[in-house]
Write a protein that binds this ligand. Structure first.
Ligand code: SF4
Length: 396
């Protein structure tokens, strides 16, 4: 099973609408953090180092709905902390489903099986389970034995019950490419809809500072992991972002693409950095000095960052906002990564290709090109029965 066509259609038309309206900066995924507390303490996590007074607090459903309405992004990711520890998380999810938002509820899955009854399967709701590798690697990453097996069992139960389930995996400099490939095989066997992979961000507050990847290490690692990908692998992220990770397509960060709202307000400038908070989404967009962030800015905090929350929105915008991005996406989707470059080129830092923006007439043409998808889009509430014709998959 792949991403429902209706979700792809919603995102594509949303992006094209922004382009045609000449909106320079627009959000794609709201990162809604309704709490910071967690039932794990992972070595690479920079999110849970708050005092107890903060860790005890939750955003209430109304605060969440107000942020979602204010932001207007078509997708909402709910990280944390561990969202299943929130006593009203099911109410928050119900409210977002009513608003027809595509929700990715990020969880370590320790509580997933026991809490499944609180939720109803819907094409709008996906459980995004944190898994950083096979048993040994994952249990080491989360600093507790047995968690991999608990998560895999919960995934199987959720899939059996008709829920959409994906995984999110953060990789560090000790990742072994061959083991990662076996891990992907296993996730496909377990039955997840798609996988999301990303290098870890070097959080200053994370307990483990030794294993974060520098940019060239990231390119080498992902070029090897994604070399000749198997036909069975499905990724829940854009082909252009995967091309970026393996050094075959240049992207610049768009931190406003995944704005973050949490207990402190709207976080400047992105999900990873905490450089102040705003009282409204409008204030965030209008008062943040965006030129000070991203790799081109020279900001040392951004130098090694290739994290999905900063670059996936750029990849999506270029897919639907530039011919080069659209054609590269189509090429990778149809023919696989092998057609676009070698590991040696990626690792050598050879300059990758970048996309040029489309003229308005081309945007209309592009919208017409993908409009047949609208005819086949699915409007049923139960996404898991839906098979996408246009999966974000890679083929060898
Ligand atoms: S490059 Fe990374 S750290 Fe810098 S603004 Fe973008 S997402 Fe944030």
């Amino acid at each position: 099973m792949g991403v429902p066509v209706s979700q792809m259609w919603t995102v594509a038309t949303y992006v094209l609408r922004q382009k045609l309206r000449r909106v320079e900066r627009y959000p794609l995924v709201l990162m809604l953090e309704p709490l910071f507390r967690c039932n794990l303490a992972c070595a690479g996590c920079g999110k849970i180092q708050h005092p107890n007074s903060v860790l005890k607090r939750n955003l209430d459903p109304e605060e969440c709905f107000q942020a979602v309405d204010e932001c207007g992004a078509p997708m909402v990711s709910i990280p944390g902390g561990e969202p299943l520890l929130h006593p009203q998380i099911h109410e928050i999810v119900e409210g977002l489903v009513e608003r027809k938002k595509y929700i990715y509820l990020c969880t370590n899955a320790i509580l997933l099986e026991e809490h499944l009854d609180r939720f109803t399967p819907s094409k709008y709701l996906t459980f995004s389970v944190h898994l950083d590798g096979l048993k040994e690697d994952h249990d080491r990453a989360v600093c507790r034995d047995g968690i991999y097996e608990v998560a895999v069992q919960a995934i199987r139960k959720a899939v059996d019950r008709g829920f959409r389930v994906t995984t999110n995996t953060t990789l560090f400099n000790d990742a072994d490419p061959e083991t990662c490939r076996r891990f992907f095989d296993e996730l496909m066997e377990v039955g997840v809809e798609g996988m999301m992979i990303s290098p870890g961000y070097p959080y200053e507050k994370a307990p483990d500072q030794e294993h974060f990847l520098h940019r060239n290490e990231t390119l080498r690692l992902f070029a090897r992991i994604l070399d000749k990908p198997k036909r069975t692998w499905r990724f829940n992220q854009s082909p252009l972002f995967l091309e970026f990770l393996r050094g075959r397509f240049d992207l610049e960060c768009t931190p406003w693409g995944n704005p973050t709202y949490n207990l402190f307000g709207w976080q400047k400038p992105c999900y990873l950095l905490q450089e102040g908070y705003c009282g409204s989404f409008k204030e965030l967009m209008e008062t943040t000095d965006w030129a000070s962030y991203g790799r081109c800015s020279g900001n040392p905090k951004c130098t090694d960052c290739m994290v999905h929350s900063g670059y996936e929105p750029t990849a999506v915008a270029q897919t639907f906002g530039s011919w080069r991005g659209f054609l590269r996406t189509a090429k990778v989707t149809l023919f696989g990564f092998g057609a676009s470059g070698s590991i040696a080129e990626a690792a050598s830092g050879q300059k990758p290709t970048a996309a040029q923006p489309l003229a308005d007439s081309s945007l209309v043409q592009l919208q017409e090109t993908i409009s047949p998808i609208a005819d086949s889009r699915d409007d049923s509430e139960n996404g898991p029965e839906v098979k996408s014709e246009v999966e974000l998959s890679v083929r060898s």
